[in-house]
Design a protein around this ligand. Structure first.
Ligand code: NAD
Ligand code: ZN
Length: 698
């Protein structure tokens, strides 16, 4: 292929990766591969400038803006960062800085390169007035209402302490801060556990999950995922600070969330030491990072060095290659989850990876095994993102031993022998023996006792296992037949699992004894009794219907008010409930048709659980809004949120949760969400002012 053709090919390929990455929150290739291809394109374009295309990814910031949000123009362009994976380039960068500053002394500030989504926040008179994504660097999406859900993002800046020693105690009337929005790892794990629990496909990684969440329309749904943001820069028309360091210190005083991991370095050697220090320490942070950002500290020097079309000349990102290690795949076991999904787990020869010993890694599903082409006995690469369990990412075919054996994916459930099935479009095989498959049964109990369900967590940590084993319980309804007599004195010792240390030595680990003393039994019986007053939404969630997570359960409860109404509802009605849709509706409908499930529900009812919503029923004032659907956005002079919702209900109207074709009216208050308004315009949904709405009430 000619170099010119290669330029065409790379441009198309990289533009496609960018589109997937920024528009669809998906990484088709890993960052290292992407960056190497970009480097190749850059080198070719330098050699053959005539072949360079105007849409080349080397001279543009990767993202674009979307139609779903209002567009905002950035006051200062949001650029990318030059990056490198090696120290030689870093020394070259340092040389360029020195040359550029003509022998003037300089310092660097080193920061973590947080792996999330770039955000820009504008403050006017101390108030957060606008927040936007980077978009194409010039224009971004207005996602102010989503950013307001971030608890660490000040809506109002804390005024300086009035120590009057510098101009920095007073907040300038107009400024912008930039930061990285992210999903904390613990939150990512929580969401995925919940998704697994209700049978939803898992989110691929925290970065993609964060970028997908920031682009959601419904900020109530965004608020449920506890996004966070680290601020790392300050911009204003009037000079406020002399150095980046000063801005970081002051922004923290103003109430911004500044990661305390930054450090001032006076030489490139100190920078290297900082990089070495964080190479493994970064895995202790609450979020993923993928490198270190090195910035010239003084603002006047930053201005002197200036910018390329795409990135500042005064900063560079040193990127860590994903932490990877090679080891042997010894065996695979298959785990069965609550919904019967079978997940293969790779058992490896212990290997040190980013400071911890890894013995197990995730292989996701049968498709993934086929995609990797992996065999037992192979040398495999394992990689660690921030996730707890690392993943197998490739095979070293050159090391395949003659004894390597093909992986035979089980055709029967490893726990109960039921033939496995796979539905069209599903990645997992399932064991359909929902009721009697032991791991599914145990997981059903664990689901039932969790805090957001019946809150009987004193039964955790091996106790359920023991109750099942002794034949005291078969299904969660049996919990309500437990007595002091049946429980007191039960005991079992679980064997130790060996612990492998970083130096390869092994320790036998500790055996664990589960014991039902009087105090434990009292706690359990009290919690079981108290669970009878858990609200109906929790009970519905506890039943463990596939796809019915706790939010969906609450929506169904809000709509139907009682289990009888829910069970009597035809499929169409179920599917019409806001945020439910056909897939969940079918799952719930089928579940309630099943004889066994009906019997189970009857037992829970007999045990005295809540099957009716306690939500107060609003007395009907008029039917002036009958048959009409409403949504409101912003704040109102005459109504609080609750009052607004009550008036709609009391006059026969129905509240929807988002702008759709089903919406009849959008009531627009002050500070209305621009995305809701834009969507309503797009769908031709009429908008009402507060006065117009009051007139409709009559
Ligand atoms: N795998 C793929 O398919 C694919 C596709 C497109 C892009 N990418 C990756 O994304 C990179 C391009 O993304 P980019 O343009 O956002 O550049 P970048 O990620 O290399 O660097 C710029 C970004 O770093 C972030 N950042 C994090 N911590 C920071 C800090 N302390 N100070 C300043 N900025 C900080 C900001 O969001 C900023 O916008 C590529 O180099 C590649 O690695 C991957
Ligand atoms: Zn089974």
């Amino acid at each position: 292929m000619s170099p010119q053709d290669r330029i065409q090919e790379l441009t198309d390929q990289l533009n496609y990766y960018n589109d997937q990455y920024y528009q669809h929150s998906q990484s088709v290739v890993d960052d290292y591969t992407f960056d190497k291809l970009l480097e190749e394109l850059q080198a070719l374009e330098q050699q053959y400038p005539d072949a360079k295309r105007p849409d080349s990814p080397t001279s543009r910031v990767g993202g674009t803006i979307s139609k779903e949000f209002a567009t905002v123009y950035h006051r200062f362009p949001m650029l990318s960062l030059g990056n490198t994976y090696n120290e030689t380039d870093l020394i070259e960068f340092d040389n360029r800085v020195r040359k550029g500053l003509n022998g003037d002394g300089y310092e660097y500030i080193c920061e973590q390169k947080f792996d999330g989504v770039a955000l820009s926040m504008t403050y006017e008179n101390g108030l957060l007035v606008q927040a936007a994504t980077r978009g194409d660097g010039v224009r971004g999406d207005d996602i102010t209402h989503n950013i307001r859900t971030i608890r660490t993002m000040p809506l109002r800046v804390k005024e300086g302490r009035g120590n009057a020693t510098s101009s920095r105690s007073s907040v300038p009337p107009l400024f912008e801060v930039r930061g990285e929005g992210f999903l904390p790892l613990a939150e990512f794990e929580r969401i995925n556990k919940e998704r697994e629990d209700i049978g939803e496909p898992l989110l691929a990684n925290p970065r993609n999950a964060a970028s997908g969440t920031f682009k959601q329309q419904d900020s109530a749904a965004v608020a449920k995922r506890r996004l966070d943001c680290f601020i790392y820069s300050f911009l204003s028309d009037e000079p406020v600070f002399q150095t980046h360091e000063e801005s970081l210190i002051t922004l923290a005083e103003w109430g911004f969330n500044i990661s305390p991991t930054w450090k001032k370095c006076t030489s490139i050697d100190e920078v290297m030491a900082y990089i070495a220090e964080w190479d493994t320490k970064r895995f202790t942070l609450p979020l993923n990072t993928d490198g270190i950002v090195i910035k010239v500290n003084r603002y006047d020097q930053q201005r002197e060095l200036g910018y390329t079309a795409k990135s500042p000349r005064w900063a560079i990102a040193y990127k860590f290659k994903a932490a990877a290690a090679a080891t042997t795949l010894n065996s695979i076991t298959y785990q069965v989850g609550r919904t019967g999904a079978v997940t293969p787990v790779a058992h490896l020869s212990p290997v040190l990876l980013a400071g911890t010993v890894v013995k197990r890694a995730s292989l996701h599903n049968a498709n993934e095994i086929a995609r990797l082409g992996v065999m037992l006995g192979d040398t495999v690469f394992v990689e660690k993102g921030g996730e707890i369990i690392p993943k197998v990412t490739g095979v070293d075919l050159s090391k395949r031993p003659e004894s390597a054996r093909a992986i035979e994916y089980p055709t029967e459930c490893p726990a109960c022998g039921t033939p496995l099935v796979r539905q069209e479009g599903e990645a997992h095989f399932y064991c359909t023996n929902e009721k009697h498959c032991p791991p599914q049964r145990q997981a059903r109990f664990e689901h039932f006792i969790q805090r957001r369900a019946m809150n009987i967590e004193s039964l955790g940590e091996g106790k359920i296992e023991l109750l099942i084993e002794r034949g005291l319980v078969e299904e969660p309804a049996d919990l309500y037949d437990l007595t002091n007599e049946k429980l007191l004195g039960l005991e079992k010792t679980y064997p130790a699992t060996p612990v492998v240390h970083a130096d390869g030595t092994e320790e036998p680990g500790k055996a664990r004894t589960v014991k039902f003393g009087q105090k434990t039994v009292d706690n359990i019986l009290t919690a079981i009794d108290r669970s009878k007053s858990q609200p109906f939404g929790n009970v519905l969630f506890a039943m463990g219907i596939r796809y019915v997570g706790s939010t969906t359960a609450d929506r169904l409860v809000d709509y139907f008010g009682s289990l009888d109404a829910l069970m009597a509802a035809p499929l169409d009605t179920l599917a019409g409930v806001p945020d439910v849709g056909p897939r969940i509706a079918e799952s719930a409908f089928a579940w309630f048709q099943d004889e066994d499930n009906r019997r189970y529900v009857a037992r829970l009812r007999a045990a005295g659980l809540q099957f009716v919503s306690e939500k107060k029923v609003v007395a009907l004032e008029s039917d002036s809004l009958a048959g009409k659907t409403f949504l409101y956005t912003g704040t109102f002079t005459n109504f609080s949120r609750e009052a607004m919702e009550e008036r709609i209900a009391a006059n026969g109207g129905k509240l929807l949760s988002g702008v759709s074709k089903k919406l009849n009216f959008l009531i627009v208050g002050e500070n209305a969400g621009p995305s809701k308004v834009a969507k309503a315009q797009q769908l031709n949904v009429p908008m009402l002012s507060e006065d117009e709405f009051m007139a409709m009430l009559g």
